[in-house]
Ligand binder design. Structure first.
Ligand SMILES: Cc1ncc(COP(=O)(O)O)c(C=O)c1O
Length: 402
């Protein structure tokens, strides 16, 4: 594998005709080691954020042994790529055939659920896969609904059992499970550690109400990365409050603490080189967009960092919007993306921090799915893990806790 110094070198050497995804394995390995060494429990990688087999191998080599998978395709992918990995099927609504195959063929023993209906489905499908004998080796995690109010992307509406139904579901699950967990998701890109404290207080209420022994507390994903206009506190702060709150919960003596980061482990892994095909005032027509790696930029107005890849650029900067390559008006990214004012057709732009829910979102709509992939060794455009971050809450010796 050839490793290029950076995006500028790739643009100069190859003048890519298609969008080019850049891999930074060193950045993903650094993120994984940070979680493995600093999170006060076990870190599962949420595969949906970026299911690249190359990335899975990087994370495994960096010490990530457990993987949160959400579909049978992800189960097969991880099992095929990392035969020794522990797979946790954390989608609360699964098909019976997916559960049967996961349990019977791929050795999956951890499942999540948020209803009695799903509990019955898991029991029936795993019994069937176990030659008609109810299994005694299930780890079942009940997903609680928690607030997403501190996160940029909500996950509060679709999944999760309400506190009012939690006691009944926890008691029923305890009857079937060898190991009982409680999991939740505070929403993606949680901008304050307090999100986890609030969710863990809800977990405390559920445990007290149900009076069951709980073996796993899984605080889910939501750990933030750095994007323009989004500077979260350091991850150490998140880990600190999670640890302290978890330690005060009434759980079994041998209970385990888990988390399931997606974004935080892979955001820094990819950036993308796109070419400007046309300029119309402050609108740039580029060769990737809403149906490519820029789904979030188009649909939730996410602003990714950008830089123009040529020497001798104007010092003057303007805010541009982007049009993607398809024939669809929705293929539009508002930005604004700050770029030199003399940018023109034929120029290349690097768009950073696309490792999470970016590279993974590409579709073939309208025939625009061709991509080249290169590995580079430079730093990502922003990093949580370089050790040179200043705490955004600290200014002029005043600390304000959000
Ligand atoms: C169950 C579950 N766990 C973990 C994640 C990863 O979340 P994030 O990328 O915000 O860390 C998700 C994302 O949707 C999820 O649904």
């Amino acid at each position: 594998m050839h490793i290029h110094p950076d995006a500028l070198a790739v643009a100069r050497t190859f003048a890519p005709d298609q969008p080019a995804i850049l891999n930074r394995p060193h950045a993903a390995a650094r993120a994984a080691k940070f979680f493995v060494e600093n999170f006060p429990g076990r870190s599962l990688y949420a595969v949906k954020a970026n299911p690249s087999a190359d990335l899975l191998k990087v994370l495994w080599d960096a010490g990530v042994t457990h993987y949160d998978v959400a579909s049978i395709a992800e189960v097969r992918l991880v099992r095929g790529t990392l035969p020794q990995a522990t797979l946790c099927f954390m989608h609360p609504v699964k098909t019976p055939s997916a559960i049967r195959e996961a349990y019977g063929v791929h050795g999956v023993r951890v499942f999540s659920l948020d209803s009695l209906e799903e509990l019955e489905k898991i029991t029936a499908a795993t019994t069937e896969a176990n030659d008609g004998v109810p299994p005694e080796d299930l780890t079942l995690c009940v997903r609680l609904r928690v607030s997403s109010e501190y996160s940029e992307l909500s996950l509060a509406s679709k999944f999760g059992c309400d506190l009012t139904q939690a006691a009944e579901l926890l008691q029923a699950t305890r009857q079937v499970a060898d190991s009982l967990g409680i999991c939740f998701h505070v929403g993606s890109q949680a901008m304050t550690p307090h999100a986890y404290v609030q969710a863990l207080e809800r977990v405390r209420a559920a445990i007290v109400d149900a009076s069951v022994t709980v073996d796993i507390i899984d605080v889910g994903g939501g750990f933030p990365s750095i994007y323009p206009g989004m500077e979260p506190p350091p991850l150490e702060d998140y880990f600190g409050v999670i640890d302290r709150t978890y330690e005060s919960l009434p759980v079994s003596y041998s209970a385990e603490l888990w988390c399931e980061p997606g974004r935080a482990l892979c955001a820094e892994y990819n950036s993308m080189i796109v070419r400007v095909e046309k300029r119309r005032g402050e609108e740039l027509y580029i060769n990737d967009g809403a149906y490519g790696a820029l789904f979030d930029a188009a649909h939730v107005g996410w602003r990714f960092p950008v830089r123009l890849l040529r020497d001798g650029v104007s010092d003057e900067v303007e805010g541009f919007s982007f049009w993607g390559p398809t024939c669809d008006d929705m293929d539009h990214m508002d930005g604004p993306f700050e770029l030199p004012s003399d940018i023109k057709s034929g120029d290349y732009i690097e768009i950073g921090m696309l490792g999470a829910y970016g590279a993974a979102m590409k579709t073939a709509f309208n025939g625009f799915d061709a991509t080249q992939v290169y590995t580079v060794s430079d730093e990502p455009m922003a990093s949580q893990y370089r050790g040179d971050r200043r705490d955004p809450r600290v200014s002029d010796n005043v600390v304000s806790l959000r």
